[in-house]
Design a protein around this ligand. Sequence first.
Ligand SMILES: [Zn+2]
Length: 323
Amino acid sequence: MQVSESRGSASRGREARPEPGRTHPPAAPLALRDVLAVLDGLYPPGLAQDWDRVGLVTGDLDQPVRIVHLAVDATLAVIREALDAHADLLVTHHPLLLRGVHGVATTTAKGAAVTSAVVGDLAIFCAHTNADLARPGVCDALAAVCGLEAVEPLRSEDRYAVGRVGTLPVPVTLRSFVENLATRLPATAGGIRVAGPPGVTVQRVAVVGGAGDDRIDAVRAAQADVYVTADLRHHPVLEAREESRGGPPYLVDAGHWASEWVWLASAERELLAALGPAGAVGPAGSGRGPGGHEGATVETYVSHLRTEPWEFVVAANADGGTS
Ligand SMILES: [Zn+2]
C-alpha cells in the first residue's frame, strides 16, 4: 500500500504577503461550489451517458475546499486516505453510487463509504463517461502515455469524440511498444496482456481507457495496428483475432485501473490551471470570478492506492502462446 504524494497547488490571485505591523485575516478558502463549477467546465455533465451517475455524491456546496484528493475509485481505503490527508474533496473517475441505493448505513460497504465521507466532511465528486469524452480527458491521457502523436478521435458519435487514435513517432515492435507502455503505467498484479505476435511492427495505435472491447470494429475501421484498452473478454478478443487472420489490430489489455489512473494527473493539472490566477471560478455574474478569493489556495494529491481488485497471479505462462 502506498500513500498519496503531493503533486501541486494553485493560488487564487496574489499571494497574501504579511506587512510589518499589520495583521491580515487568513484568505477565505474556495467554496465547493466554486471548485465544482471548474470541474463541470472541464468535464461537462452533459457528456455523460444516460445510464451514468456523475457529479456530486456527498458534500455541501458552501463547504470550504482547501485540499483535493484524486483517485479512480472511492473505495473505503481511498476515503480513509483522503480523510487522513485532511482532504475536503475527493474527485474520482468511477461513481461511488451507480445503482439504486436504499440506505447508507455502515452495514454495507457503500453505506460505510458514504457515512465516513459525510462524517468526515469529505465531499465526493465523480467525472466518469463525461471525463472519457472530454478533451482533454481519460482517453487523451492514455494516448499521451502511449507516446502518440497526431491524436484524433477514434470515432465520432453524436458529435462526441469516442476513444483516440494516433501514431508513434517511429515504428516499433509490438513487444517494444508494450514494454515501453509498461514503464509509463502503474504496475499491477496482472501486468499487461497482449494478443498478437511480439515481433510485428506497429505504429498506428488506438486507445480507450477502461472497458473497451465494444470498440474493436471502430479500431479496425481506423486501421490501427494496436488497440490499447482494458477488460478485454475472451469472445470479443478471440473473434477479433480470428477476423484479422493473425494481422492487425493487435490487442493490449493494460488493466482497467491502470489505464484510467493516468488521467488523474491530467485532471489535477487541468483543475489547478483553471483555479489559477487567470482561471475563472464560478459562473459569470456570480461575483465569484477572479479576485473573489484573493489568496485562496487549493492543494491537490493524486492517490497511489491501487484500487484494482486483483492482487496476485499464479502459473502465468508469458510466452506460452501458440502463434
Ligand atoms: Zn472505468
